[in-house]
Write a protein that binds this ligand. Sequence first.
Ligand code: ZN
Length: 134
Amino acid sequence: MKLDHLGIAVPDLDAALEFWRDALGLELVDVEVVESEGVRTAFLPVGDASIELLEPIDETGVIARHIERRGPGLHHICMKVDGLQSHLNQLNAAGVQLVDHQPRPGAHGKSVAFIHPKSAGGVLLELAEPGEKA
Ligand code: ZN
């Protein structure tokens, strides 16, 4: 398992890029809209991992609700895995509370699934398996 990215909820992606790209100097490699999640994402690599900025594109998406309840900030941590479904089966068998029992499509053609913060020390944990595009 490798750290893949840290997801940060931001109310305004362009304003966030003024810090992460312009002031801090990270390179912006990709911006993608994930309609199913109601977000626009920006990826900025840091070593082997990335910072993922998540901006809501509608008021009902998960990121919009997160910002409304908790304000902007760290939203989730993502680990890269092989065999996502078998990881989910194992975790489920171990009594871990899963948000997704089946992988679903994420950014960059990846398959992703989330583990509930109740089972992960208060952290929303994403597992991602690279798809054919990655
Ligand atoms: Zn993510």
